[in-house]
Ligand binder design. Sequence first.
Ligand SMILES: NC(=O)c1ccc[n+]([C@@H]2O[C@H](COP(=O)([O-])OP(=O)(O)OC[C@H]3O[C@@H](n4cnc5c(N)ncnc54)[C@H](OP(=O)(O)O)[C@@H]3O)[C@@H](O)[C@H]2O)c1
Length: 244
Amino acid sequence: MPSSFATAIVVGASSGIGESMVRKLVASGTRVAAVARRKSELDRIAGELGDKVLVYPHDVRDYDATPALFERIVAELGGCDLIVYNAGVMPRVEEGEYDFAKDREMIEVNLLAGMCWLNLASALMEVRRAGTICGISSVAGERGRRGNPAYHTSKAGMTTYLEALRNRLSRYGVSVVTVKPGPVDTPMTKGLKLPLMITVDQAADGALSMMRAGTGEGYVPAVWGPIMWVIRNVPSALFRRTNI
Ligand SMILES: NC(=O)c1ccc[n+]([C@@H]2O[C@H](COP(=O)([O-])OP(=O)(O)OC[C@H]3O[C@@H](n4cnc5c(N)ncnc54)[C@H](OP(=O)(O)O)[C@@H]3O)[C@@H](O)[C@H]2O)c1
């Protein structure tokens, strides 16, 4: 497995865990294509890090534009040894709220657009018989919890999709890595009181060490492994009565 990557695409690179991964990849010598909607934030990051960062403003829901953009990035970057699909949204959902517009955005950004980007990367890497694909999923994908049904669904879908990609691509020498962080202190979780919160740098370090090791699927931090084992095994009848 690669201890470092010559080229990487980070989708969802303009803040939080994605920004931290861009910084750490560049520090280890990687040329990075940074993709997100906010050009000003991407320019700020590239301004600090120099010409190892190439900036591509893009809304991941613009599916029709994605294949040509992916092709352009690979040409301009000079390859794609690693792709990280990190883009995500988690709008606040109130008790009793069933807002399809919010649900649609979460499914589109967190899952559907991830399939669009990672299908393109899979096709390229399968032919090249090399590469690493990573998706930032979440502990939130392990049970259907009452607080935000669509967010949990999007992450469960991402985890399953990545498992299927891994089962397809491992025979071609391509690594598929599923990172399942617990709560991380980022703009997404601003104002929320969540247990065992870690910093963006801790989350990025944990994710990147999994990518470098080619770990199939894992939690960041690892303490979520036993915790989620218990949560996955809480009987449904009991789970319904909890607020977790
Ligand atoms: N924070 C946590 O506790 C936590 C825990 C587990 C998993 N995660 C996952 O980690 C990932 C990163 O989240 P974060 O916490 O670092 O939050 P964040 O700072 O809000 O980052 C989200 C990233 O996604 C991008 N994005 C959102 N909508 C997009 C769109 N339509 N098109 C292109 N890019 C888009 C944002 O860029 P623009 O707004 O510039 O487009 C930003 O770069 C997400 O997938 C999240 O679900 C987070």
